[in-house]
Design a protein around this ligand. Structure first.
Ligand SMILES: [Zn+2]
Length: 438
């Protein structure tokens, strides 16, 4: 009965795995300081008490409950787990469009899961997926397996696909007309097709809709300075999603595209490279969130790694500094800015994602405001601020420890030494512990 034996063996392995993942009932996390993600102060002399999956108290270090297992993290600062509001975890090569055409959905799922586990170990406890180059719905399947506790991974939300017009930033625009390929994005033209695409996204699990309102920098053969969607298509998209209580994230570079998407009711603007004063005023008025994704352009500048390298270089050389000034202005005016890296598919080392914080500081955010952008503000954008994004009593215990004081050196966020998600310790490099074997 080889099948029965195999089943028995699987059961034994599963049991051992479950036993080894058992967490202490209560932890007391003790570091040099605590950044709670909300206040502007670095708290000293405090221990964070975690019971089960939740934060249950923040106490003086001399008042730690007797039964709690103490986790000493000297030389570090505790902060909420980082929230990456713009990522494509299944993109597995720098030339992502060719990779899309070569890899099956299953292959992308396997690499994607591994990639997501590395991102979790790097401190990203929550990720909003902004579509992936995948014909099917692998990111939603990964999400289901993580939510069910089958695999360890970050908390996921987001869109299965980015929706694009024919010839837009989500289409494959470099094949001959004779070739029929399924593009990396979901292609839809006209209000009816767009509505249908949105209904399908929602049917298969997307809790965000991602639309490519303008052309993109990384794709071949389209122009980020042009608006792709007609006014009718844009309002149909947002009306359809809103009616189903699903928020819309609008990829937009061209100024007109940004402004039209804000007015139409997008919850977030992604990139917003050519935002102007009017865009800022509109985002303040409509309380639109802004996810600029700055560092990805720096990473690829002059790298020779992109199919559309010249578009990225052109932007980087001609516009990057002016854009950062505008991001600083937007922050000052009260636009809520969230961290999104838009970079960390399988091809890129996970720690690189956190360089987005340093670019936000370069744009004029204080280190504390940059940290909030990647924690509490990100949680608000996701409408999950009742659960995550801060170290507060009753929040889920998504907590990381970074070396030193990140307010003095924000690059500390690139190298967390301790990561906890949902009360489970994922890594503790001070004790050489990892819950994930990859
Ligand atoms: Zn993106």
């Amino acid at each position: 009965m080889p099948i029965l034996n195999a089943l028995r063996l699987a059961l034994i392995v599963l049991t051992i795995t479950l036993i080894s993942n058992v967490s202490a009932e209560q932890y007391a996390l003790v570091a040099d300081g605590v950044i709670d993600g909300k206040s502007n102060d670095l708290l000293k002399g405090k221990a964070v008490i975690v019971t089960g999956s939740k934060i249950t108290a923040i106490v003086d270090v001399n008042r730690i409950p007797k039964d709690a297992m103490k986790v000493n993290l000297p030389g570090t600062t505790l902060m909420p787990g980082m929230i990456n509001a713009h990522e494509h975890p299944l993109l597995y090569k720098n030339d992502y469009q060719n990779a899309h055409l070569q890899g099956s959905s299953a292959y992308k799922a396997l690499l994607g899961l591994s990639n997501l586990q590395r991102l979790l170990q790097a401190g990203w406890t929550t990720i909003r997926v902004m579509g992936d180059g995948d014909v099917y719905y692998a990111n939603q399947d990964i999400r289901k397996t993580i939510d069910a506790g089958i695999f360890i991974g970050p908390r996921l939300t987001g869109a299965a696909h980015y929706i694009s017009i024919t010839g837009g930033g989500g289409d494959v625009n470099y094949f001959s007309p004779e070739q029929n390929v399924v593009a990396d994005g979901l292609i839809a033209d006209g209000p009816d097709e767009i509505r249908k695409a949105i209904r399908k996204e929602i049917k298969y699990g997307s809790d965000w809709i991602k639309i490519m309102v303008t052309g993109a920098f990384m794709s071949v053969g389209d122009n980020p300075r042009n608006v792709s969607f007609s006014p009718e298509e844009l309002s149909a998209a947002i009306e359809e999603a809103s009616r189903q209580n699903i928020p819309v994230a609008a990829h937009a570079h061209a100024t007109a595209g940004i402004n039209q998407a804000v007015i139409a009711g997008a919850r977030s603007i992604e990139h917003g490279s050519y935002l102007d004063e009017e865009s800022i005023a509109l985002m303040v008025e409509h309380q639109t969130y802004y996810v600029p994704t700055i560092y990805v352009g720096d990473y690829y500048a002059n790298s020779g790694k992109l199919l559309a390298q010249s578009k990225n270089d052109d932007f980087y050389l001609s516009f990057r500094d002016d854009w950062l000034v505008m991001i600083g202005k937007a922050h000052k005016a009260g636009v809520k800015i969230a961290v999104g890296s838009d970079l960390c598919g399988y091809a890129v080392e996970s720690h690189v994602c956190a360089r987005e914080f340093a670019t936000l500081v370069e744009a004029g955010l204080s280190p504390m405001d940059a940290i909030k952008a990647g924690t509490s503000v990100g949680a608000e954008l996701l409408q999950w601020d009742d659960r995550i994004g801060s170290i507060e009593v009753n929040k889920l215990a998504d907590i990381i420890a970074v070396p030193g004081n990140p307010l003095l050196d924000v690059s500390a966020l690139e190298k967390p030494v301790f990561v906890m998600k949902n009360g489970q310790i994922i890594i503790n490099t001070l004790e050489n512990y990892s819950a994930i074997n990859n």
